[in-house]
Design a protein around this ligand. Sequence first.
Ligand SMILES: Nc1ncnc2c1ncn2[C@@H]1O[C@H](COP(=O)(O)OP(=O)(O)OP(=O)(O)O)[C@@H](O)[C@H]1O
Length: 651
Amino acid sequence: MEERGSPDGDLARSLEQGPEGPETPIQVVLRVRPMSAAELRRGQQSVLHCSGTRTLQVSPPGGGPEVAFRFGAVLDAACTQEDVFRACGVRRLGELALRGFSCTVFTFGQTGSGKTYTLTGPPPQGEGVPVPPSLAGIMQRTFAWLLDRVQHLGAPVTLRASYLEIYNEQVRDLLSLGSPRPLPVRWNKTQGFYVEQLRVVEFRSLEALMELLQMGLSRRRSSAHTLNQASSRSHALLTLYISHQTAQQMPPVDPGAPCVGGKLCFVDLAGSEKVAATGSRGELMLEANSINRSLLALGHCISLLLDPQRKQSHIPFRDSKLTKLLADSLGGRGVTLMVACVSPSAQCLPETLSTLRYASRAQRVTTRPQAPKSPVAKQPQRLETEMLQLQEENRRLQFQLDQMDCKASGLSGARVAWAQRNLYGMLQEFMLENERLRKEKSQLQNSQDLARNEQRILAQQVHALERRLLSASYRHQQGPGLTPPCPCLMAPAPPCHALPPVYSCPCCHICPLCRVPLAHWACLPRERHLPQVLDPEASGGRPPSARPPPWAPPCSPGSAKCPRERSHSDWTQTRVLAEMLMEEEVVPSAPPMPVRPPKTSPGLRGGAGVPNLAQRLEALRDQIGSSLRRGRSQPPCSEGARSPGQVLSPR
Ligand SMILES: Nc1ncnc2c1ncn2[C@@H]1O[C@H](COP(=O)(O)OP(=O)(O)OP(=O)(O)O)[C@@H](O)[C@H]1O
């Protein structure tokens, strides 16, 4: 007899050894259902015979060679639901799920072979008629065992459940609040393939879980065909999520994501079927084709997973929704149990052989079970990550704060610098302006000094000329023995006004030399005033002694002591005096400058006085020169023959 399939060792020992290791094969349990009433009625023979607990013998009708298949466990038709539950070692899977492993139990076989019966028991015989507990399938028994196990753990465990079906290559939520609608299958690095927006329901009791199960079963698509009156037309996946929650544990990162922990998934595959055998038409045929395609894709992946070389390469799990959702169970980190279901009828032998070969290959597929890190185990890493994030945030905030400080200080510094520049610039400008004004002031002072010096020099020259002129005139008219009217006339002498007064002089007002007002000085007595012989008409009817001398400075207008303004006759006298000097070298004087108001500033007065003095000096020279020239060229003439304006004109 040919024996295929099963690896060495029984299922129980394999499960007891635990899944953890480099490679763990998919555990396969073969269950042979009893002959159905219909098969018995048709007189069909059984072609399957169990040999021991792990070997199945196939005896083809007609005397063909027997074929033996070895699996982890082989359960004949006499086995009860409880036997199956125990033989499959589902409790061991439950324990692994509690430790955080991802475990999968899936049934495989042709339509009507007892897959649904194995997992969930027989369908209710009528509305309101409960299924006997003895007929409860693996799922209900596992639920009961799990809830009881959780209650005795002594630590809080969160249990949640989801239930979906893949119908015509569409994922539908059997626990959705509304009518089931297609849901997308996504993938990410953390979760692998997952169904988006799948409702995951937390439950705390077996009754609640049973209600969820019944809800899903009632919504699952099923139809009747020749081989099965309640044939499932979809693949159904019920998943239990088991997570430990302690006070020290952190909540899940993504609230919408399933809790990190173990899970236990029950997959009731739709049965493969030959359309010709089931007589499916229309929608049934479409459903059958979809079911067969997905099962073919699953078989293909399993075949590829058997090849060690190709296993490391690409496995086409994306070929169907079913292979996507079973990818982790078949080729990943899960612990997987396959319950292959077959019919003992000879009529189903081809499909049975196909299932047996299929199961035989599957049990050679290995996985690398790896328990996901529990939240407790992830806590240090999570805390470390959070610490790094906080450090990064702290560094970033510190950087921003430093930047703000820099900006603020830069702004303040700019303002200070701006103010300093402005103040410094203003100070510099003030200093420059001050320096410029100082220089200008110094220049003005120098100019004023020069002007004053020039004025003083010119005044001295004028003074000297006038004294010489008066002295000569006096000597020429009165003789050398006469005392001069004023000591300063005899030049050079100290300032006349510094001399002590000698006589009381009612007609004198200002020193003719320095032009300082004098109360009394060396004026001659009235009878000695000169020149009394000159131009009696110019005196204005007054006696000559009452008139001021021609060298006297002009009086201030309106002064009580100045009876008249300087008249032209005064300058005529000067002309006459100049004519007396025809034989001598004399320089006639120009008309004296008027006395300026005392309020005039010295600078301006000095600056304006210089050109006046120069004019006076120049005029005096011209006048004297002209007189000398005329005197040399013409003989003296009588007084009445001359006109004052013909000789000298006042400037
Ligand atoms: N071990 C068993 N003992 C008694 N009856 C069984 C057993 N297995 C299956 N049956 C019965 O066989 C019929 C078909 O079983 P089931 O619906 O579970 O097959 P299936 O593989 O799920 O079929 P499908 O793929 O079409 O859904 C049901 O009436 C079921 O009660």
